[in-house]
Design a protein around this ligand. Structure first.
Ligand SMILES: N[C@@H](CCC(=O)N[C@@H](CS)C(=O)NCC(=O)O)C(=O)O
Length: 219
């Protein structure tokens, strides 16, 4: 199968990026990396919008057919490459894992979007300040929930094999720094992340994207 991933450094496309690295290591299936420069608006060109009318990364192109939305991309990759064990295999555990992945994608992720792109959610400056403050507090509570969930991660979310969730957990904690949340204030989460970042598929994607967990800046 020919697989191409449209991704942007530091974006949520890190999730399928790590997954494709893990798949390549487990099965030999290669993938092409298509860098999308969001700051140059490459995701809003007519060619890109024809692939993804939402104008977002990630897009996975499988044998010429574009697939969007992280949850759908992960489901497709796991079904095609079960040998990579990116989700648990037993039906109930697998569906619970998809439920958690959907929550990361539809609840935690959009809360950060309210911090990062506040002007899309309110017009006046005071309203924007309010949206941002509320979203920052909510984002912290959601990261605390991930910390609780991963307290037993040994070494990763589902045990020995890296899963989509580990990559999403990295992205969300890294974004936490941008939202003014010191990762050191979530010590359990940070300890889990140290293990995740050292995993070969994650390390490879971090290197290609040239990103680290270094977004938190003290005032
Ligand atoms: N629900 C979408 C979210 C995708 C998303 O939020 N992508 C962001 C990067 S993390 C993006 O491309 N933002 C650029 C834009 O919206 O202009 C998914 O699961 O793929």
């Amino acid at each position: 199968m020919k697989l191409e991933l449209y991704f942007a450094p530091g974006a949520c496309s890190f999730v399928p990026h790590v997954a494709l690295e893990a798949i390549q290591a487990a099965t030999g299936q290669a993938f092409e990396q298509k860098l999308v420069k969001l700051h140059k608006g490459e995701h809003k060109t007519p060619e890109y919008l024809a692939m993804n009318p939402n104008g977002q990364v990630p897009v996975l192109v499988a044998d010429g057919k574009p697939l969007t939305q992280i949850v759908a991309i992960c489901e497709f990759l796991d079904r095609c490459f079960p040998k990579a064990s990116l989700l648990p295999a037993e039906p109930w555990a697998r569906t619970q894992a998809l439920s958690q992945l959907a929550w990361l994608n539809n609840t935690v992720h959009p809360t950060f979007t309210r911090v990062f792109r506040t002007s899309e959610f309110a017009e006046s400056e005071p309203a924007q300040a309010d949206v941002k403050k509320t979203a920052q507090a909510r984002y912290r509570r959601l990261l605390e929930r991930i910390q609780d969930w991963t307290a037993t991660a040994s070494p990763y979310w589902f045990g020995e094999r890296i899963a989509f969730h580990d990559a999403y957990a990295f992205t969300l904690l890294r974004w936490g720094g941008i939202a003014g949340i010191d990762p050191k204030s979530l010590p359990g989460y940070l300890a889990y992340m140290e293990r995740v970042m050292a995993a070969p598929p994650v390390a490879a994607a971090l290197e290609r994207e040239r990103i680290k967990l270094d977004t938190y800046k003290t005032a």
